[in-house]
Ligand binder design. Structure first.
Ligand SMILES: Cc1ncc(COP(=O)(O)O)c(C=O)c1O
Length: 395
């Protein structure tokens, strides 16, 4: 099952399976359009760019390398605010009996509705970016949030959560899964609403809305691609909510010519890779206190609502050492020729680091089916969310 392994990268390949039963509950382009309709109503909404690294593409002999650059999203430096804001919108619509297909952010500017929102508190656990998005969204809607971070979280990221909106943020002496449990327990005790970007049995609706929020990226890309169909998509994963949702939506959008999808994780926290390796079709947790600079990807348990798509629709699962993302960060910062420079943080650059290794190796190009007409799509999921760490690596 392991098709390739060296001291930096391990790869599992499989023939994807497109079962009817997973397709029926899939995240669709219609979900993406609903999410985008809401996001468009938010103050400061702007499409993030789809950057073409055409000099790199020419150098490596492929048709295109396209990067959806989320480093500037809502001024939060990552895509994560898309999920936090959309799920908060859906939760509040449900609480206040508003129709989410008719309401949007402007509905929440009404004084009476704001007063109701002021009584609502949220809790969540985060590696950083999700908490920042929740804090920001809580301020937009006039709510409050309580954010908990795992052991090893960087102080700059904790402070950024408080600065982004109306949340308190605390670093715990627990791993990520432990922090999720802690936030869920406190929410239960205090009557707060848990707004968590991963799912488990019995907690699926809110994470499902978070995933739908991420799909605004797909909706934007659909028009930005201008008819080009990606042949290869590389998606980084923590719990896999973003990757699984985007994957499901892309497979539905390009159903006639499905792209090959690669899921990329840090070796130390490769819960999707390890689940697939076990080969029983189930998802598994990795436990322990994994250490990786890819903080946003440092998660021990896959997200249940997207697990079927991750498992079935993916062609390649990759586990990468930290040095892979470091090389991606540097390559984004010092691009080929006249290609645009992209600021990409530790969790944002691993797919570019991996793709560079693939493009430089004949054996890996064959394994991934890279050809002169390949159209390769990546998402830079974050900018310099830890500016000091970024400078240390890139300069
Ligand atoms: C920058 C960044 N990229 C990717 C991810 C992965 O998202 P998910 O946990 O849904 O797999 C995260 C998660 O926090 C993140 O912060």
């Amino acid at each position: 099952m392991i098709a390739y392994s060296d001291d930096r990268i391990s790869i599992i390949t499989q023939e994807p399976r497109f079962h009817a039963e997973s397709a029926s509950s899939a995240f669709t382009p219609a979900d993406a359009r609903n999410a985008q309709r809401f996001h468009r109503s938010l103050p400061g909404y702007r499409e993030t760019p789809l950057v073409s690294l055409s000099c790199a593409a020419q150098h490596y002999g492929v048709d295109s390398i396209l990067v959806k650059d989320e480093s500037q999203r809502f001024g939060l430096k990552s895509f994560k605010g898309l999920g936090g804001s959309y799920s908060m919108f859906r939760i509040l619509c449900e609480r206040l009996s508003l129709d989410p297909m008719k309401a949007d952010y402007t509905t929440f500017l009404d004084e009476r509705i704001r007063q109701e929102c002021g009584k609502i508190e949220f809790a969540t656990a985060t590696d950083g970016n999700h908490g920042k998005g929740v804090s920001w969204a809580a301020r937009l809607f006039g709510c409050r949030a309580h954010v908990y971070m795992p052991k090893g979280s960087v102080e700059a990221r904790r402070r950024a959560i408080e600065d982004a909106g109306s949340a308190s943020a605390e670093i715990l002496d627990r791993n990520y899964d432990g922090a999720v449990e802690y936030a869920a327990g406190l929410a239960e005790e205090n009557g707060w609403i848990l707004i968590q970007d991963t799912a488990w049995a019995g907690y699926e609706k809110i994470p499902g809305w978070i995933v739908e929020g991420y799909l605004t990226m797909v909706s934007e890309m659909e028009s930005q691609l201008q008819g080009k169909v990606p042949t290869h998509v590389f998606l980084q994963a923590g719990v896999g909510a973003m990757a699984g949702g985007v994957e499901s939506c892309l497979i539905s959008l390009f159903s006639g010519k499905k792209p090959s999808i690669t899921i990329v994780e840090p070796t130390e926290a490769a819960c999707i890779y390890q689940s697939v390796l076990q080969g029983d079709g189930e998802m598994h947790s990795i436990g322990g206190n994994p250490v990786t600079i890819m903080a946003g990807l440092n998660c021990g348990t896959p997200c249940r609502v997207v697990w079927p798509y991750l498992r079935d629709y993916t062609s390649c699962f990759c586990a990468c050492e930290d040095s892979v993302t470091e090389s991606g960060m540097r390559a984004y910062a010092s691009p080929f020729g006249t290609d645009q420079k992209i600021v990409s943080g530790e969790s944002g650059a691993v797919t570019w680091g991996l793709l560079l290794s693939v493009l430089r190796s004949d054996a890996l190009r064959r394994l991934f089916g890279i050809r002169p007409d390949s159209v390769i799509l990546l998402i830079n999921t974050e900018g310099d969310t830890d500016p000091e760490g970024y400078r240390r690596i890139v300069t």
